[in-house]
Design a protein. Sequence first.
Length: 266
Amino acid sequence: MKQRKSKFLAAIMALIFGTFGIHRFYLGEGKTGFFYIMLYIMTSTIFSPTIAITTLLGIFDFFRLMTMGQSEFDRRYNQHIPIGQQRGRRTNQRNAYPRQRTKVEPVSAPKAKKSFRPKVNPYKKTALKRYEEYDTEEAVKELHKALEIEPNNQEYLFKLACAYSQLEQTEKSIQFLDLAIRNGYKDVDKINTIEDLAYLRISPEFAQFVDNQYSLKTVPKLSAPKENLLDNDLILSQLNKLVELKKRGLLSETEYAKEKQKLLNK
């Protein structure tokens, strides 16, 4: 394999051995090298000069090579070497170890944070479906389960009031209606017209509820007792019995108030 010629080495040869044309042989210019030898022999034999002409030519070649560009030198003396190798060791190393391009990953926009959404009550759908299918008892069970998760949900409370009215359970119906209103239910027209509350509306408890401005909190006002009424032992004993029945849970607050009013108005 042919070796790459060095410009610096050729210049040094021209300076030291230029008299004999050694640098020309190194550069592949054999004919010129023989010319230098023949010229040296002829001039030294015939004219015997102090300094041989070829010595001057070697010095001239030294300066010519040193001032010559590397690309020009390669074009003249390294044509047998591939272009990539003519550029020196660094080029060879780059060819042997090609630079790896860094893969630039596309920059994606930051993901938007998911906004928190409360989970849907798992019993809501079933409860409303049972209610619409007139499966009232199952609807009541599902609505109570829904209230365990959302105890202040006015929709569930109102539906329970309607369901208990359909089951003709007046006391529970009016209790849940009161809770629904206290938790923000305000559709009074619907309360007074919806068919599902028809049974509740015909009850005296509902009339009292309306008189109390749609609330169970206000205790019905009692009329003023007759003069010296508390001196009657019979009425006192009956009142005590009413209180005892109320404590046992046998009388509701509404029933207790009605019975007490009857006694005091005798």
